[in-house]
Design a protein around this ligand. Structure first.
Ligand SMILES: O=C(O)CCC(=O)C(=O)O
Length: 329
């Protein structure tokens, strides 16, 4: 049951839209100050990597005169490795933990996933730099990457732009209502970098853009087909995508199990987690509050020490393998 004491409560129309259409844009969730903590740490990390590259002869200068929205685009013209190194989970920063555990965000997640709330391990930092070959993301459902057992559960994606995400800059596109029909088949794309739903499967569904202003978020279900296309501007479309699920779904978070919560059991097809390669953690709980992860240091240690567990290879091409390819691309 959702608590009466939530500070940030969606109205009935918003809840209904998410359930009916499989997505919801919340235009104002974070304050500038809340996002600035994240932006400052990413900027400092980028600065460190640029200085290191200059010292190593891999970059002619640091481009430090450019702001957060532009610097990486300039760096990218000279050195494509630095943007790649800032992508996905290659960057783990204390402020990411702050963002993932932001109380307004947890209030939103609780309204859909319930009060025993797991931050799913799958978070991604995405600097969509102009004209970078891997930054357009083809049509997929997030569940395409997850364990089949979790297809019918809700793993909610919260897509958080760190700059205004407009159509021109490569915001996400979604297919409203298409989350209701279960999972489409997926296959690796030509570059074997992403999973993609073949076009013919999506015939009959209409795509709409989902632009989100900085400070807002886009919510998606794990069955909502979505994609993002080229960034046609000179601004870097920085974003993060975070995920939440109920503790009742399979999770590798180190928590006490309550009656009714799924426990890993190969004999009945229950996996160790919805995405075994990465580590989950408990972010909110009424029943076991002492097991909630409290500090960024714990979060960083968890990511560092997690031993990757094997995922089901349902598309004839292991997702763990795709993750390996992504590391080396
Ligand atoms: O940020 C993007 O461009 C793609 C995001 C995405 O596909 C996801 O969050 O699953």
């Amino acid at each position: 049951m959702v608590s009466e004491t939530l500070q940030f409560r969606l109205d009935d129309r918003q809840v209904q839209q998410f359930q009916d259409e499989g997505y919801l844009i919340i235009e104002h969730l974070f304050t500038d100050a809340e996002l600035q903590l994240v932006i400052d740490e990413i900027s400092a990390e980028l600065d460190r990597r640029c200085r290191e590259a200059v010292a190593g002869g891999k970059l002619s200068r640091t481009y430090e005169e450019y702001d957060f929205e532009h610097r990486l685009a300039h760096v990218n013209r000279e050195n494509k490795e630095i943007p790649k190194s800032m992508w996905a989970t290659h960057v783990v920063l204390p402020s990411f933990f702050g963002l993932m555990t932001n109380s307004k965000l947890l209030d939103v997640a609780e309204q859909f996933c319930g009060p025993e709330l797991i931050a799913s391990s799958v978070y991604r930092l995405r600097p969509k730099v102009p004209s970078h070959s891997w930054s357009p993301v083809p049509w997929h459902q997030d569940s395409g990457y997850f364990e089949p057992y979790c297809d019918l559960g809700l793993i909610m994606t919260v897509w958080v732009p760190l700059v205004d995400a407009t159509e021109e800059r490569g915001c996400l596109w979604v297919m409203p209502h298409a989350h209701k029909g279960g999972l489409f088949s997926h296959k690796p794309d030509d570059a074997k970098f992403y999973l993609v739903i073949p076009d013919e499967e999506l015939a009959g569904h209409q795509a709409v853009p989902a632009p989100v202003p900085k400070g807002g978020v886009l919510l998606l279900t794990n069955r909502t087909p979505h994609a993002s296309f080229e960034n046609k501007t000179d601004i870097v479309r920085w974003s993060m995508d975070l995920r939440y699920q109920s503790a009742a779904l399979p999770t590798n978070a180190q928590i006490t199990r309550l009656p009714g919560e799924a426990r890993s059991a190969a004999s009945v097809g229950v996996p160790v987690a919805c995405n075994p390669p990465e580590p989950d953690f408990l972010v909110r709980s009424r029943v076991r509050p002492h097991e909630v992860m409290k500090t960024a240091e714990e979060f960083i240690a968890l990511r560092k020490n997690h031993v990757e567990q094997v995922a089901t290879d349902r598309w004839g091409y292991s997702v763990a393998n795709i993750d390996e390819l992504r590391k080396t691309e």
